[in-house]
Write a protein that binds this ligand. Structure first.
Ligand SMILES: Cc1cc2nc3c(=O)[nH]c(=O)nc-3n(C[C@H](O)[C@H](O)[C@H](O)COP(=O)(O)O)c2cc1C
Length: 230
């Protein structure tokens, strides 16, 4: 599969077939994903692939707690926007239809433990080399040693026809998750990537802001523009 196509179509998949993903597919994906960059090449990331139905059922129970709260506030927010503008899409330029996205994410959440696999992405924080811990704000650099591998994993699964959804709601349940899955003390939860064969075709291209809105040359009043075709 061509790299750009994989990048443009690796979406947050909301509908999965129940077919299991063979272990060799995960092996090939991790084999490629591990080449992602990490501070000092300290390699702090570990992947725990959960397929056990009882363990996934427990993860679903925990997932639904924050999801239900999120859903309630998102629905209330949508109603407020509709009341103000008569259209929920009005404030959502360059993004997916919020009502449809919420419905699909709820479908996904209600079946969280039924999806074929939940890959727990773990990291040894001591080995992540954050350089922004003294700025009086939340550190973002620590994650830079973890999420490149996570996206690589999603892309490497995509190449093999496996869809994924990166989630983080369960990170708040780290103590319980670590106990349930017998995770070593030094590892922390960075993401829970659901994986499985998609029930619907992959999208042809994801909905994102245009390049001109997110990339600039030398100053923020000089957006990067499309090359002139010759
Ligand atoms: C840091 C991060 C956390 C996320 N957490 C969740 C989550 O807990 N639950 C969920 O359903 N989706 C989660 N997502 C998926 C996003 O909703 C999804 O990437 C976004 O809506 C874009 O979807 P698309 O790639 O299909 O267009 C998360 C994504 C990221 C990058």
């Amino acid at each position: 599969m061509e790299l750009t196509e994989a990048m443009r179509t690796t979406h947050a998949n909301r509908y999965y077939k129940s077919d299991p993903v063979p272990a060799e597919v995960f092996y090939r994906a991790v084999e490629a994903a591990r080449f992602g960059p990490q501070g000092g090449n300290r390699q702090p990331v570990r992947f725990l692939i959960v397929t056990d139905p009882e363990k996934k059922a427990q993860l679903q129970e925990w997932y639904l707690e924050p999801w239900t709260k999120y859903l309630e506030s998102a629905l209330a927010g949508q109603k407020a926007i509709e009341a103000e503008s008569g259209d929920a899409k009005a404030t959502n330029v360059g993004m997916t239809d919020p009502a449809k996205a919420l419905e699909a994410a709820n479908h996904f959440a209600q079946r969280f433990g039924e999806h074929p696999a939940v890959i727990v992405v773990l990291a040894d924080i001591e080995e992540t080399h954050p350089t922004d811990t003294d700025l009086g704000r939340l550190s973002i650099v620590g994650g830079a040693s973890v999420y490149p591998l996570t996206q690589n994993l999603c892309l490497a699964l995509r190449e093999q026809g496996v869809a994924t959804t990166l989630t983080t709601l369960l990170c708040a349940y780290e103590p319980q998750v670590k106990q349930l899955l017998d995770i070593p003390e030094n590892l922390s939860c960075a993401a829970f990537v659901v994986a499985g064969y998609p029930e619907k075709p992959f999208p042809r291209k994801l909905t994102r802001r245009p390049v001109e809105e997110i990339a600039f040359l030398d100053s923020f009043d000089n957006p990067v523009t499309a090359p002139v075709e010759v």
